[in-house]
Design a protein around this ligand. Structure first.
Ligand SMILES: [Zn+2]
Length: 426
């Protein structure tokens, strides 16, 4: 079995322990041993990687992935991409994520029914490079909901699947299970980009949400939901949704319900897109900071910040993942959400990094073997040039990622640490 021994590294193991000088031995695709406080590990037969003082940490995990959204400036544009081109683009973006240190992705929807599924399978078969991927269905939405870009007078493809009534939702959910998704995605609430289904509006009904949850639960799938409005959060929780995105407009009752389900559910507020839109980064695409949607998102971001602070105090698991995949939140910049957790939500850097690693392992349903540096865990490992806890922005800079290992193999071969990192380690 292949053995790799990382020496001369500062281990940020993401168990909650302070970083320590140590060595880490990888055997096959798993971490075999972690040596602390100068304890040298057996070098026999191992490839030695001298980290030169770099930080060794778990690979990053994206909780709201959209690798088939192709950095689109408009939602309508996604339906115009033919399936063949779309598959190739999604393959490209899977590699982009891994190049940026994301070794696992919990998908928050594919833009066509089989995109996530075929890319996940090809990655697992070793045919193409990419992160571990929990494949999602497209967004199941109602006529006139988020994702329905159709027009009455002309045929147009969309990135969602429009269903009306529990029977249509049930049938579509079953079809998606047949095609091999891991997660069913639904859109119970609207979104401010959508003039006919605003963020505060709840557009699916109980019977529709229940139908998708019934199918998902019976087949061991997870259910993820786009829930901006308070009522959509409650509806999702009533029927057993596992992953609640946004939850930004939660009221007191919704917060209480989230707390009551905290051992089961995950919340990912997706601050990236709200922040980027609010500060005017969409200006090149027709949404500057004075645009009505930008002004609205500034207010929703404020509500999001208040609510996430409350949920964190109550022990709800909150994960970064900010709807990267749009033109002004391009794929690969996903680690910016970790920074938002620190700057906007008041997280300690350690807590924010653990939300993107340890909690990431949990949302992947692999908390017992993914997201931490521990013996027996899967060897998804980054070597970082510097200490991410002193400046988490370095995780957004792929030049600072000196090595990227996934499942025990190097996706990026180890590079030399900078002089500064070496000096800091001496
Ligand atoms: Zn999304």
């Amino acid at each position: 079995m292949d053995r790799t021994l990382f020496t001369n590294v500062t281990v940020l193991d993401c168990t909650g322990a302070a970083p320590y000088a140590g060595e880490v031995l990888v055997e096959g695709n798993r971490i075999k041993q972690v040596g602390k406080a100068g304890k040298a590990l057996a070098k026999q037969g191992a490839r030695i990687v001298d980290g030169g003082g770099a930080t060794l940490m778990p690979g990053l995990i994206e909780a709201h992935g959209h690798i088939s959204f192709c950095d689109t400036p408009t939602l309508e544009g996604l339906g115009d991409i033919p399936p063949e081109e779309h598959t190739l683009k999604t393959m490209k973006y899977a590699k982009v994520m891994l190049d940026h240190g994301f070794t696992a992705i919990f998908s928050a929807a594919a833009a066509k029914p089989r995109l996530d599924v075929v890319i996940r399978n090809a990655i697992e078969e070793g045919e193409i490079p990419g992160p571990r991927l929990r494949a999602a269905s497209p967004e199941l939405t109602v006529t006139g909901g988020l994702g329905d870009v159709r027009r009455a007078h002309i045929y147009r493809e969309t990135f969602a699947i429009c269903c009306d009534g529990p029977d249509e939702f049930r049938k579509t959910a079953r079809e998606m299970c047949r095609e091999g998704v891991d997660t069913l995605k639904i859109n119970p609430s609207g979104d401010e980009f959508i003039p006919f289904a605003r963020a505060h509006q709840t557009v699916m009904n109980d019977a529709e949400v229940a139908a998708v949850c019934e199918v998902g639960k019976s087949r061991g799938k997870m259910i993820a939901a786009h829930c901006r409005s308070a009522e959509s959060v409650k509806m999702a929780l009533r029927h057993g949704v596992d992953v609640l995105y946004h939850c930004t407009l939660s009221d007191a009752e919704a917060l209480d319900m989230l707390e009551a389900h905290k051992d089961r559910v995950f919340v990912a507020p997706a601050m990236g897109i709200m922040y980027a839109t609010a500060v005017g980064e969409g200006a090149g695409y027709g949404i500057d900071k004075n645009h009505a949607v930008a002004l609205y998102f500034k207010r929703e971001l404020d509500m999001c910040i208040q609510n996430m602070k409350k949920l964190k105090k109550r022990g709800v698991r909150i994960l970064p993942g900010g709807d990267y995949g749009f033109a002004w939140t391009p794929i690969g910049t996903n680690a910016r959400d970790i920074e938002h957790f620190i700057k906007l939500l008041g997280y300690e850097p350690m807590e924010a990094v653990m939300a993107a690693t340890k909690l990431g392992g949990e949302i992947m349903q692999m908390g017992h073997e993914l997201g931490q540096i521990k013996p027996g865990y899967l060897a998804d490992i980054l070597l970082v040039d510097g200490n991410p806890l002193s400046d988490v922005a370095m995780l957004r800079d792929k030049k600072r990622l000196l090595a990227i290992m996934k499942d025990g193999s190097f996706h990026k071969e180890p590079q030399k640490a900078s002089k500064a990192a070496r000096a800091a380690a001496e």
